[in-house]
Design a protein around this ligand. Structure first.
Ligand code: IMP
Length: 428
């Protein structure tokens, strides 16, 4: 095996700025791969001053000649896929080769209806705050072994049979449990058949394709979506997404051998944000949270929801570093912290009077944890045009060093603005 793979993961609750880091690293990468999630995500890349949000396609799509792969671990929303492909084509940016795994699962129209119906059924107080894109119901079918996979879309007879058998069950659930209308077979089958035709040129055995890339000595970048604290196993369950967002998901979600792993890079926002429900010990509902939301533009790129904002949580961050075994950090949105007199950092939790530096992925325990803060001096200078670490104000330099010391992982990239050039690369 001559090639190698790096994995880029979000170390918090998603929206850390992974799209920009992938863009910065992109020139040295041969193959871009997404391995989990998909239509619930949003990776933002700025190209020629224009903002492109990739919800589904790998961010390498803008690079000529690169291979971009949607692995077996993702769930594909064909309509979204085809819209993004067309949009890129219209912008003249569809320059990469795109491959979709035969084994990836398809988000069907009933998954989206069920996602909304299940949230409504949970009712206020028990809602998860999902993106409503059908992600949970699709993964549920995957594990129940009743899902439609991309390969099924390519065979009309098999597809019709699969859809009619699944619909029998779904229609009972929709009508009897949720009081929704039943979905006629043709309303589901006909568009799915069309999707099959449109997707066919992209469908491949991506496990073989990726292994062949390794054999050819290629550099593969696995693009994690969402963040570690939203992982189905290691996140703040049940307020999580339905896939493996951590580095280990990169292997089950692609079929790549673990031995090809070179680096795990953590993307960390200089503060914390969260979308949807669930505990967030450092959330600040006052002025500081408002400052971060406005300066950081913290509104979800897919749903437009305002993100909950708060201070950096070192307890959670150390947990993420351990779960993913990260070797370097890309620290994002440092510029959003400019203008604050003091910057707080959560260094431990107070749980019923006991001080602990351990993170808890139990949502009920985490909800009872009160943050123990340390305070650092802030800075007021605009740092968005700083190009070297030394040119950052003293407060910003100290903040970066403080993070490195606390988590024992070097910060190899500091982002000071949304554009690619607003980046201080310290050897990533
Ligand atoms: P789902 O993935 O749509 O089922 O949503 C489950 C939880 O994950 C919700 O709290 C969502 O807000 C959150 N979530 C899903 N995708 C993202 C993302 O890209 N960024 C941040 N949060 C996300």
């Amino acid at each position: 095996m001559k090639g190698k793979a790096d994995i880029l993961i979000g170390a918090q609750w998603g929206d850390e700025g992974k799209g920009k880091v992938m863009d910065v690293m992109g020139a040295d990468v041969d193959v871009f791969v997404r391995y989990q999630g998909v239509a619930n995500t949003g990776h933002t890349v700025i190209l020629d001053g224009k903002k492109i949000v990739f919800k589904l396609l790998p961010s390498g799509m803008i690079y000529p000649g690169k291979l971009c792969v949607l692995g077996n671990g993702v769930v594909i929303d064909p309509e979204q896929f085809l819209t993004e492909v067309e949009e890129l084509h219209n912008m003249g940016q569809d320059r990469a080769r795109l491959a979709v795994s035969l084994n990836a699962h398809v988000v069907m129209p009933y998954h989206k209806i069920l996602d909304h119906a299940q949230e409504a059924f949970r009712g206020k107080g028990r809602m998860l705050g999902t993106t409503g894109r059908g992600i949970g119901p699709c993964y549920l079918d995957k594990y129940a072994r009743s899902s439609i996979r991309v390969e099924d879309l390519l065979d009309e007879a098999r597809l019709r049979e699969a859809v009619s058998s699944v619909l029998e069950e779904k229609n009972r659930i929709l009508t009897k449990l949720y009081g929704e209308k039943p979905m006629p077979l043709d309303e589901v089958y006909e568009p799915a058949r069309e999707w099959g035709k449109a997707l066919a040129p992209y469908v491949e055995n991506t496990t073989d394709l990726l292994y062949e890339s390794l054999e050819k000595g290629k550099h593969i970048l696995l693009e994690g979506a969402q963040g570690t604290l939203l992982d189905i196993d290691h996140g703040t369950y049940p307020y999580v997404t339905s896939s493996s967002t951590t580095a280990s998901g990169g292997f089950s979600g692609t079929g790549l051998p673990v031995a090809c792993l070179d680096r795990v890079i953590a993307v960390v926002k200089g503060y914390t944000t969260r979308v949807g429900e669930g505990p967030m010990p450092t959330e600040d509902k006052g002025e500081a949270g408002e400052h971060l939301r406005n300066k950081g533009g913290e509104f979800a790129s897919v749903t437009g929801r305002p993100r909950r904002c708060g201070w950096l949580d070192m307890v959670a961050l150390r947990y993420s570093m351990r779960i993913n075994w990260c070797c370097s950090i890309a620290l994002m949105k440092l510029d959003a912290l400019s203008g604050l007199d003091e910057i707080k950092v959560c260094v431990a939790y107070n749980l019923n009077g006991i001080i602990s530096e351990r993170f808890s992925s139990s949502s009920s325990t985490l909800a009872d944890c009160r943050p123990v803060f340390e305070s650092l001096p802030g800075w007021h200078e605009d740092i968005s045009s700083c190009t070297t670490f030394e040119s950052l104000p003293e407060g910003a330099q100290n903040y970066v060093r403080y993070i490195e010391d606390r988590v024992c992982v070097p910060v190899k990239l500091v982002s000071v603005g949304p554009a690619k050039h607003q980046t201080i690369n310290r050897g990533l």
